[in-house]
Structure formats: C-alpha cells, structure tokens
Write a protein that binds this ligand. Structure first.
Ligand code: PMV
Length: 342
C-alpha cells in the first residue's frame, strides 16, 4: 500500500478523576479502577504530518515552539506500540500541538495530549487497513493506545463519566482501555455540571505523576488505598443512580484529599498543594456551611483546585462567590471555566 504524505488533525479534552488512579503495575495496568468526568474546554489540538518511507523520526512543536524532550518521549512511545500498529515506524512525523490551558499545571495535559495523539494514529491506521471497522472499536483502540502513553489519557476518549480499570460494578470495564459509564445509570443532576479550574500555580510540577505512581510501590498504605478505591465504586454507583449529591460531595472530596495524603506519606514525601490550595479548600468549606450550596472541590496531581458544582438555579450565586472570594488566590486571576453536559 503506497501512501503519500498525510496530515491528520484531532482534538481531545482533558478529564478530571472523581475516584483517583494512583499506583500502577507493569504495562500501565492500574492498581485500582477510576472514574472521571471528561472536560470540554480544556483540550489539546494536535496536527500530525506523516511522511512515509522516510527514516523514523519525530519532531514536536508545542504552541509553535520546538520541544525536543517531548519528541524523544513520543519516539519511545511509538516504538512501544509498534506491535499494535505495525506501520508506525515506517516514516517520519511532524507533530504540532496547542493546549487551551497551561502545560504541566495539574490540568492533565498528558491526558488530552495522548488522547489527541491516539486519535491521530487511529486516523492514519484507517488509511493502512482495508477492513471496515466500526467506530466504536476504533475508539476503544484509541483508548487502549492512549493508556500506553499516559494511563489517565484512556478516559478522555469518551464523553461524560468514564471508567478505566476492571470493577464488578461496571459491566465491560477493563484494565486495558476505558469505557463509558452507562448514561441510563446516571441521575440528571450529574449530567449538567460545571468544573471551574482555579489556576493556583502555573509552573511545572515538582514531582511528575510517573514518579508519584512509582512511590506507591513501597508505600505503607498502598494496599489499603487500592482496596478503598475499589470499594468506592459500590457507593458511587448508588450515588450516581439516585442523585445523592451530598454523598457525592463527601466521596469526591475524600478521594482528592486521599490522593494528596498518599503523596505526603510517600518516601520521599512530597507536597503538590500550595498555600492557595489550602486557603481555597477552607473557603469552600466555610461557604458550604454558611449557604448550604453545593460547591465542592477535587484536586489532580497539582496545586490547582477543580471547583465542581451543578449547573442549576444556584450556580450564579456560586460563580459570584468564586469570582469575588476565590479568584484572589490565583496567580494571575486565572480560572478555566469548563462544563460537562451530556
Ligand atoms: O495518567 P497519569 O499517569 O499522569 O496519572 C494521573 C493520575 C491522577 O491524575 C492524579 C489521577 C487520575 O485518576 O487521573
């Protein structure tokens, strides 16, 4: 099959975990299942040019600037997935990406980045294959490939609530790729939600998530943590089905704090929260106590705070509180306003 130079383009959103993935085994097998919301506005746009019959090489550009470190990471990644895409090393690549949010800031740019990359690879793969595969299969393979780049990326390939990791609670769930959490099992209140990300700290993280996952290997609480995450799927299913917002808030905030507690109890210990992160958490708790409004938070592996709240009649009051009381804790008044509607 002769192929001329090809250009494919895709975009993929980031995602934010509600039950967190933290700790993994060989070949990106998660130590526990996780569930996340796929975001909308926070995304990566990727353009991939493929020059067949050239010697294998990758050049990458982030927002127009060449990134050599990123290119060597992608080269390694492509080599590792040759068994699934036999043509992948038979040409050179120019990959240009743009994020709609700050790089390595705790908004998972690796999730949207590898998601978009995997979609591009699947587009190229279609050109090489003659069979008429279903789109769903294609998406599942994209999720599988994204997982091998960055674990949590596999959840970005689907909209809504998405599960990665085998759990008896979700039919068809797998350690190898993510699946959509069944829409009919979700109460409407969870289908129209906001996630405003407060950018507390925009620099690079002091400890990468790869190192963080690794530190779960000899962690004194790893087994208890993995079991807890597995167990969380039982109440989560009940919460999602019946619209138990208060229990949702308790569970989601517990998961966020547990993730960071694991970091603090690693050896060596590390802390990714900043002063502003803690100030914002305390402000949220005081606001909730005072108003009874459903504003709550989750955290990724970084200092930024994801502010979650239902998109309903109360949201104007919540948004006003965020803009007046919480914005001062951001570096440059940074907030990414995202929402999930499905
Ligand atoms: O996908 P990774 O290897 O960058 O891990 C990210 C893990 C967390 O974002 C902290 C939690 C999660 O489930 O997304």
């Amino acid at each position: 099959f002769q192929l001329s130079t090809q250009k494919v383009e895709n975009s993929c959103p980031s995602n934010i975990a509600l039950i967190k993935y933290w700790g993994k085994y060989e070949n990106q097998i998660p130590a526990n299942p996780s569930i996340s919301y796929t975001l909308n506005a926070c995304r990566t746009l990727t353009e991939m040019q493929f020059f067949p019959d050239q010697e294998f090489s990758v050049s990458t550009f982030l927002a127009g600037k060449e990134e050599k470190n990123f290119a060597s990471k992608i080269e390694k990644y492509f080599k590792s997935i040759e068994i699934y895409l036999p043509w992948i090393l038979k040409g050179s690549y120019k990959i240009s990406t743009v994020n709609t949010f700050p790089h390595s800031s705790g908004i998972a740019s690796s999730a949207s980045g590898f998601g978009a990359l995997a979609k591009c690879l699947m587009d190229l793969d279609l050109l090489f294959s003659s069979d008429n595969r279903q789109l769903t299969t294609n998406n599942q393979k994209a999720s599988f490939l994204a997982r091998l780049g960055s674990g949590s990326a596999c959840r970005s390939l689907y909209n809504g609530l998405v599960v990665w990791g085998e759990t008896p609670v979700v039919e068809g769930s797998s350690d190898l790729y993510a699946v959509k959490y069944p829409d009919k099992e979700i109460h409407p209140i969870f289908k129209n939600f906001k996630d405003w990300v407060l950018l507390i700290h925009e620099g690079e993280k002091s400890v990468s998530s790869t190192v963080g996952h690794g530190l779960m290997k000899n962690h004194p609480y790893s087994e208890q943590r993995f079991q807890e995450a597995k167990d969380q799927f039982v109440p989560m299913k009940d919460i999602l089905k019946n619209g138990y917002l208060e229990k949702f808030i308790t569970l989601v905030e517990h998961e966020a704090l547990t993730l960071h507690a694991m970091m603090m109890m690693s050896e060596p210990a590390f802390i990714l929260m900043k002063t502003g992160t803690l100030e914002v958490i305390n402000k949220i708790w005081a606001f909730r106590k005072e108003t009874n409004l459903s504003l709550f938070f989750t955290l990724d592996a970084g200092a930024n705070v994801h502010l979650l709240f239902p998109n309903d009649n109360d949201c104007a009051k919540i948004e006003n509180f965020i803009m007046t009381e919480l914005l001062p804790f951001t570096k440059k008044g940074g907030v990414m306003q995202d929402e999930m509607r499905f």
